[in-house]
Ligand binder design. Sequence first.
Ligand code: SAM
Length: 248
Amino acid sequence: MRIDVVTIFPEYLAPLDVSLVGKARARGLLDVRLHDLRAYTGDIHRTVDDTPCGGGPGMVMKPEPWTDALEDIAPPGADGPAPRLIVPTPSGRPFTQALAGELAEEPWLVFAPARYEGIDRRVFDEAGTRMRVDEVSIGDYVLAGGEVAVLVMVEAVARLLPGVLGNAESHRDDSFAPGAMDNLLEGPVYTKPAEWRGREVPEVLLSGHHGRIARWRRDEALRRTAAMRPELLARLAPGTLDKHDRKL
Ligand code: SAM
């Protein structure tokens, strides 16, 4: 997968060199390209923002550098499919595990993290004529800029790419994973020793009995979801609860 990120702070994306994403890049599974938006400005001050039309506080990012950058990365009329443009914004659709899975299927993503009060709307109206544009929020709070949101999304997407996780099954049981864990949170996890400071690992996890372990994990996932995110239980598709679930 190819990922381009346009930002006024390329150095903010340094964590993309580290750990799982860094390794995926080193192994050629992920091609990440960072672009400095200021390289697409034409004035001596390398200006990327201006006052908002209609007045009000703050500044708005100018359309020209953004569109020049996007057209340099994905030239209009070029052969081949256009990328999907992801615009982090608190007013976007929520970023979920389902959306991460959808984005992991794409061959090419371009991220446009903003600063200030955001980017002039016309940039996305224009881009939308030749590529899919998704405005995405990573949560109901406001960050100073979209770079952190890009780090969040790239990491969530990268770990779903084939070959990135050592064990291809390890994301199957994650909270929110499509299938059995859809709309469920993972329950508690334990490792050795079996007893530590007088606290014991639940006996069932040491039993070697796969059926009982799966049942216990399912029960704990349901309990945790009910305790932490009861609204998720209400969203479980009809028929996804078995008769043991319903007893809980
Ligand atoms: N005035 C904007 C609003 O109220 O929606 C907030 C702008 S915020 C200070 C600057 C930038 O940070 C946004 O344009 C976006 O790129 C990023 N950002 C802030 N919060 C975000 C969130 N929850 N999800 C995704 N991106 C966010």
